[in-house]
Design a protein around this ligand. Structure first.
Ligand code: PBG
Length: 302
């Protein structure tokens, strides 16, 4: 289950573009949500942070006292067995909203960025993260992060790599949720071309060679063919990210009474599983599991 954490106190803030999803401050508000999702049967979360200050280098992302680092410590202190994965990226932390460091010409500087990603991953590991999940789509980012982790005593910390992340319009609601819309341009120079399956396989192979432990396809629904290709071609666990736009479309139609949300979510999650996902990252997780638990109880009574 993805969770948005926002710097501050006593915050539980609605996200307009994602009905049912909130931003939490890393205090009692976050505790309550963690208790709830844990009681629903979710054993892992993926954290995204919203800092109070942003700069050109995204330096809040590796502040030992940054919002994500605080959240990791908080979650671990109340539910030690909750698996905490952290998004490793810069777009929520840079004042320009791009996923890396920019040159004077406004282009993302790949090699400077991957050093920065290494620093971010190490600071998350030091806070107690169980998994780091790089989503910046820079070349050689997995190798750089692996090296940084190894050098800092985190040789066994796994990397869940967004190995095939497409430049997709389905991230729209997330960018509102995380305040990470690029101020200019787009992400086409680093994210992948949605039309290209073979590039996805090439990029994934590179991540495997660099030491990725879990692979990922993102978004999920328009890319189920990519998911099943990854399942066939590689032996590592494969995660699928059922992204914000895929969530919000269902919610919008459901709020209007146009669809049967429960049945649709059931079908969607099963289609992702059928295509080969070992792990599903979805904003529906809490509602879905709460519902299925109730249904199972009812079935047992019959
Ligand atoms: C950060 C990041 C994004 C998402 C996950 N990590 C946004 C983006 O690439 O613009 C999107 C997740 C979602 O839409 O649910 N780079």
């Amino acid at each position: 289950m993805p969770i948005f954490v926002r710097e501050g106190n006593a915050i539980k803030e609605k996200i307009d573009s994602m009905p049912g999803i909130f931003r939490y401050s890393p205090d009692k508000e976050l505790d309550k949500e963690i208790e709830e999702i844990s009681n629903a049967g979710i054993n892992a979360v993926l954290l995204f942070g919203l800092p109070n200050t942003k700069d050109a280098l995204g330096s809040e992302a590796y502040n030992p006292d940054g919002v994500v680092q605080q959240a990791v410590r908080r979650i671990k202190s109340i539910r030690e067995d909750m698996i905490v994965a952290c998004d490793v990226c810069m777009c929520e932390y840079t004042d320009h909203g791009h996923c890396g460091i920019l040159s004077v010409r406004g282009e993302v500087e790949n090699d400077k960025t991957i050093e920065q990603l290494g620093r971010i991953a190490v600071s998350q590991a030091m806070a107690g993260a169980d998994i780091v999940a790089p989503s910046a789509m820079m070349d050689n980012q997995v190798a750089a992060i692996r090296k940084a982790l190894d050098l800092n005593g985190f040789g066994s910390l796994p990397i869940m790599s967004y190995s095939s992340k497409f430049a997709s319009a389905f991230y729209g609601p997330f960018r509102e949720a995380a305040g990470s819309t690029p101020k200019f341009g787009d992400r086409y120079s680093y994210q992948m071309d949605p039309r290209n399956l073979r590039e996805a396989l090439r990029e994934t192979k590179l991540d495997v060679e660099q030491g990725a432990d879990i692979l990922m396809v993102k978004p999920a629904l328009s890319y189920l063919d990519v998911l099943s290709a990854l399942r066939r071609e590689f032996t590592l666990p494969v995660a699928a990210y059922n992204v914000s736009g895929e969530y919000s479309m269902i919610k919008a139609a459901s709020i209007n009474g146009w669809i049967d949300e429960e049945r649709i979510v059931d079908e969607i999650l099963n289609s992702i599983r059928r295509a080969g996902a070992d792990i599903i990252i979805t904003y529906f997780a809490k509602e879905y599991l709460t519902r299925t638990a109730k249904r199972n109880k009812k079935d047992q009574k019959l």
